[in-house]
Design a protein around this ligand. Structure first.
Ligand SMILES: NC(=O)c1ccc[n+]([C@@H]2O[C@H](COP(=O)([O-])OP(=O)(O)OC[C@H]3O[C@@H](n4cnc5c(N)ncnc54)[C@H](OP(=O)(O)O)[C@@H]3O)[C@@H](O)[C@H]2O)c1
Length: 279
């Protein structure tokens, strides 16, 4: 039995669908199983990642876990319960911001994910880390602006990333959870092409059939405004990561294809899969 945490959001849901399609037995963890909307055949169990008492039943008979944690959630309760239940394999969705081998990480995003990786390494189960960087789903943040017009406004129009499709992350997770040979591996998953934010918006426009454009804003007022309702350290990390990629193509690798046996889905495909989110 494979347990997926975060099964009702972007990455976990895709992993559940890939596991079910491949014929595996899947259990999904959710605080509200009645609202999960997962495929038939998935056992949806009520549980809270921060409440140890709810986790023992969810982990009974589980051999492998796909762990998708909400940002800044302490994994201790879950990892203790997994060890207690004898889970043999943990696949963690981590961040490409983590600097391999550095005790001192460069920002809060990297530090959080590095801390979870460290706790998992110490837990005793086999582990594999899937690190992702600016996944394609981050473009959902454009949708609110595009409801009011054809312009996305934001800092760092030239920031580059190789957006990975959440379906590819889910499919890789399903493989790694169910195949041998991935223990102790760190996979930095990328999409198939490096693009600037402005290029992403023009691809969005092409696929949606709308004349979309990106208008670059001075980062400082945006940083101050966002800092009023989000953690300023998180925003600083995000902005620094974006600033560092301006004029610098993002690394692209063949890991998705190597691990799934088919090419990584491109950004235009991602948009086509999400037309409803922009309408
Ligand atoms: N976006 C990025 O740029 C990026 C980059 C690198 C890594 N990541 C990783 O991806 C993660 C986000 O993944 P996501 O967008 O798929 O999920 P998400 O939206 O951050 O989290 C929502 C999911 O977490 C579950 N959840 C929340 N609190 C819970 C709790 N107390 N107990 C049990 N489940 C709980 C929810 O399940 P229920 O509501 O059903 O309980 C839901 O499935 C980040 O935290 C990060 O680690 C993201």
């Amino acid at each position: 039995m494979i347990l997926v945490a975060g099964a009702t959001a972007h990455f976990g849901r895709q992993a559940v669908e890939s596991l079910v399609a491949a014929g595996h037995q899947v259990r999904a963890l959710s605080r509200t199983p009645e609202a999960a909307g997962l495929p038939d055949g998935v056992e949806v169990v009520r549980g809270d990642l921060t409440q140890a008492a709810t986790l023992a039943p969810a982990l009974t008979g589980v051999t492998a876990v796909f762990l998708v944690l909400p940002y800044q959630m302490d994994p201790t309760a879950f990892l203790d319960a997994a060890r207690e239940a004898g889970v043999g394999r943990i696949v963690f969705l981590s961040s490409g911001a983590v600097v391999e081998g550095a005790d001192e990480q460069p920002d809060v995003i990297a530090a959080y994910h590095h801390g979870v990786e460290r706790a998992i390494r110490a837990n005793g189960a086999e582990w594999t880390f899937l690190r992702i960087f600016f996944p394609a789903i981050n473009s959902l943040s454009f949708a609110m602006q595009l409801a009011d017009g054809d312009v996305v406004r934001g800092p760092y129009a030239g920031a580059q990333s190789a957006p990975v499709h959440e379906g590819d992350v889910g499919e890789v997770a399903a493989r790694v959870l169910t195949e041998d040979g991935h223990a102790g591996k760190v996979y930095e998953l990328t999409g198939p092409e490096s693009m600037t934010q402005a290029e992403q918006v023009s691809t969005l426009g092409r696929v949606l059939g709308r004349p979309l454009s990106f208008e670059e804003l001075d980062p400082e007022p945006v940083r101050a405004q966002m800092g009023q309702f989000m953690d300023p350290a998180f925003i600083n990390a995000l902005f620094d990561l974006m600033a560092a990629t301006v004029g610098k193509p993002a690394p692209v690798n063949s890991l998705v294809a190597d691990l799934t046996g088919r090419p990584a889905r491109g950004y235009a495909q991602w948009v086509a899969d999400h037309v409803a989110d922009f309408s």
